[in-house]
Design a protein around this ligand. Structure first.
Ligand SMILES: Cc1ncc(COP(=O)(O)O)c(C=O)c1O
Length: 397
């Protein structure tokens, strides 16, 4: 069968493929600890599940209005006004199938073939993939450990050309856990204003922050709500990955565009799931708070454990649930170490290069797993690295 030419440009998200390989090894009888998955290991809070079950029985089995049910758009607008610090009205809110939908519509709606979009590297791989898919060019802005996994705004400025249409930022970030400061965001906002660019601000980890780190939405800075698409959702904050619910907060100029794109693709997000999401936002928040407390304890366990392994250096991230250690001191690249850990130590992690070319020295570890499993995984990684060093894994690169 002849595929459309554009299919040569689409990328992937390795987490899904690597998970399939790990499951195949498990089926052969191997014991694998899964640290590759970017989803909370907790179940969705019970009161949210109950609300969706009640909604099903009450008949919420029909199409919803394409932008989302009014209750949910209102709840999102209230929550975002309070947490993100700018005035969000329900008309600007679109409920999508996952946060991924927000990305797709931003890029379909705004980016033409030949345009350039600045994307973080390392960064969530779907930004780059979708940009290529519409015939545009992703321009990676390096995110370095030496800069606390924040982008260097001068470097960002140097990458802007007359063809740049959009800047994608993600804070707190996947895969590094890095958080942009208010000062970083102010400088990025100034660049967006100066060059008339749209910002896609992926804030899906905005409530998973530690040690009092502040969440700043770039849309809250003067003038920025008019040129920012905020991406957020329920997957990470409320442990609702399988519900497939995300949302966009868009400038008035994009309200019609988002509506058209939703009508042409999904019609609407699942109705009963949206009723559950209202409960997630308006109901008790104790489960979210407890998850963040637990993630913080796991972060410390993982970061301390990794730093105790010779050849591994790991920053203590302020957000999300990922560690992104530099493993070059082991004599192996991130990709080599990830491959060998899976086959020789039964620990599944991702190579840093799954997120762009800059992460060659790194692996990504998701600590959304129990402390017990994390401790076992650290022991296995330490044991493997020790043996590899004794066998002379190679020279440090
Ligand atoms: C940075 C980032 N944005 C968006 C998403 C997509 O989330 P969703 O499950 O809501 O589509 C993910 C999922 O891993 C992510 O890491």
């Amino acid at each position: 069968m002849r595929l459309a030419t554009r299919m040569t440009t689409i990328g992937t998200e390795s987490a899904f493929e690597v998970s399939a390989r790990a499951r195949a090894l498990e089926a052969e009888g191997h014991d694998i600890i899964h640290l590759q998955i970017g989803e909370p290991d907790f179940d969705t809070p019970a009161h949210v599940r109950e609300a969706a079950k009640r909604a099903l029985d009450a008949g919420a089995t029909h199409y919803a209005p394409f932008p989302g049910i009014p209750d949910l758009r209102e709840a999102i607008a209230e929550d975002a006004t309070a947490r993100k610090g700018f005035d969000v009205t329900p008309e600007r809110v679109f409920v999508t199938v996952g946060g991924k939908g927000v990305m797709l519509y931003a890029i379909l709606g705004l980016v033409d073939p030949g345009d350039e979009v600045i994307v973080p590297d390392p960064g969530y791989p779907i930004y780059e993939s979708l940009v290529r898919f519409v015939g545009a060019s992703p321009v990676p802005v390096p995110i370095r450990m030496a800069n606390d996994f924040r982008l260097d705004v001068d470097e960002l400025a140097s990458l802007i050309t007359p063809r740049t249409r959009m800047i994608v930022i993600n804070s707190p970030a996947n895969p590094t856990g890095g958080v942009l400061t208010r000062a970083d965001l102010e400088r990025i906002a100034a660049l967006a204003e100066e060059h008339d660019l749209t910002v896609l601000a992926d804030e899906i980890y905005g409530r998973i922050l530690y040690d009092g780190t502040e969440h700043v939405s770039i849309a809250s800075l003067p003038g920025m709500a008019e040129r920012t698409i905020v991406l957020d959702g329920f997957s990470k904050t409320f442990a609702m990955t399988g519900w497939r619910l995300g949302y966009a907060i868009v400038p008035p100029a994009l309200v019609k565009t988002y509506g058209q794109l939703i009508i042409n693709t999904i019609s609407c997000a699942p109705t009963f799931a949206q009723v559950g999401a209202v409960e997630a936002l308006r109901g008790p928040q104790d489960d979210v708070d407890a998850m963040v407390v637990e993630f913080r304890a796991r972060r410390d366990l993982v970061v301390d454990g990794l730093n105790a392994i010779p050849g591994v250096r790991c920053l203590r991230p302020s957000g999300a649930f990922y560690a992104f250690p530099d493993v070059s001191g082991t004599g192996l690249s991130g990709a080599e170490l990830a491959e060998r850990l899976l086959h020789e130590a039964g620990v599944c992690v991702l190579a840093g290069t799954a997120f762009g070319g800059v992460g060659t020295r790194h692996i990504r570890i998701s600590y959304a797993n129990s402390r017990e499993n994390l401790a076992r995984a650290l022991e296995r990684i330490g044991g493997f690295v020790g043996e590899a060093a004794a066998a002379g894994a190679g020279t440090t690169r």
